[in-house]
Design a protein around this ligand. Structure first.
Ligand code: FMN
Length: 326
């Protein structure tokens, strides 16, 4: 079974990957979505989106965009960076993205329009690395507007016949929020009915759940998002489940936080510091008994230095929270 870090805007960057690396890596790191038109036109932030550490060969570059030309051009540019693959985002439901015709809109447009996109991206990847040597071409999607398996299968068969080599399904509809459980039976059915590897994504937040889902809904891989931010050690826990290598490890949360902030300063532009550090700690603080309290303080902090001081003070006051045994 493959394990992948999910693409998460503002979160799936090199600082998170390097923190995960200190425990155990997944097989693949999806990047946060890269906006194809901005990438092609080159903005001052693009270089931060394409950082490859700590394991360049494991990178899967995820693209989002409303138009075929820019997605195809960006795919060629990213193919030159190496890594495991190029992924097209067909699952994002954020209103700003959907409004422009990107994300899940590609599942809802006339199918021949999406088929032409797939053909263009395939050609573009092949033009950089002909044959089987190039990056894998994949798509991440949701169920679509409703829970219609026949329609979903037809859509995925179109993707595969256009040259898509792997599919990740986050099995929720466009409207379903995280509060409702993901419909994993769709993952297992797609995995059975398609000739390419299918990964399941959504709600995996423990090694136990990963094991149960793999047994109940067999598929080629699992992709984890929010849980990997809260517990950057989760890939290690999943890998070690059921093996004799399982050794309890003590995790020091202050050390992790300081390491994250140190790497974060190095790999992100100052313009992103506050919003992105707050986003990381929004999830990471779930490890603490008084997580809501420190999370709220961090959300109001004005600088990375202030975040660091808040964390040091918090662990001074709540020493029991300093360690978790995993
Ligand atoms: C903050 C945040 C940003 C996200 N950004 C992206 C993105 O850039 N591309 C994408 O395909 N999905 C994105 N997602 C969705 C995740 O990849 C994933 O499908 C979702 O969080 C469910 O998985 P989980 O339950 O393991 O978190 C995002 C999710 C979150 C919470």
């Amino acid at each position: 079974m493959k394990l992948a870090l999910a693409p998460m805007a503002t979160l799936s960057h090199e600082a998170l990957r390097r923190l995960i690396y200190t425990f155990a890596e997944p097989d693949e790191y999806y990047s946060e979505m890269i906006h194809a038109p901005s990438f092609v036109n080159g903005t001052k932030f693009e270089k931060f989106y394409v950082r490859t550490g700590p394991s360049p060969e494991k990178m899967v570059w995820q693209l989002t965009g409303p138009d075929r030309d820019n997605l195809a051009k960006a795919a060629a540019m990213l193919s030159g960076l190496g890594g495991t693959g190029i992924d097209i985002n067909m699952g994002c439901c954020a209103p700003d993205i959907v409004r422009t015709g990107a994300g899940i809109s590609w599942m809802l447009k006339p199918m021949d329009e999406t088929a032409r996109l797939i053909e263009a991206v395939r050609k573009s990847i092949d033009s950089v690395s002909p044959g089987k040597s190039g990056p894998r071409f994949s798509v991440k999607l949701r169920l679509g507007e409703g829970k219609n398996y026949g329609q979903l299968l037809l859509f995925c068969k179109m993707l595969v016949s256009g040259g898509v080599e792997q599919i990740t399904l986050h099995p929720r509809t466009k409207k379903e929020s995280y509060s409702r459980p993901a419909n994993y039976e769709f993952v297992a059915r797609l995995a059975r009915d398609l000739p390419v590897p299918v990964y399941g994504n959504g709600d995996i937040d423990s090694a136990e759940k990963a094991r149960q889902y793999m047994e109940k809904y067999p598929c080629a891989g699992l992709m984890l998002g929010r849980a990997a931010v809260q517990k950057p050690w989760i890939f290690r826990q999943i890998r070690e489940t059921g093996t004799e290598n399982r050794e309890a490890q003590k995790v020091n949360h202050l050390e992790n936080s300081l390491y994250f902030l140190e790497v974060f300063r190095e790999v992100q532009p100052p313009e992103f510091y506050l919003s992105r550090a707050r986003r990381f700690f929004f999830y990471y603080c779930d490890n603490f008994q008084f997580g809501h309290y420190i999370r709220m303080k961090i959300q109001r902090a004005r600088s990375l230095e202030e975040i660091q001081l808040l964390l040091e003070a918090y662990f001074g006051e709540s020493p029991k929270d300093l360690f978790s045994v995993i």
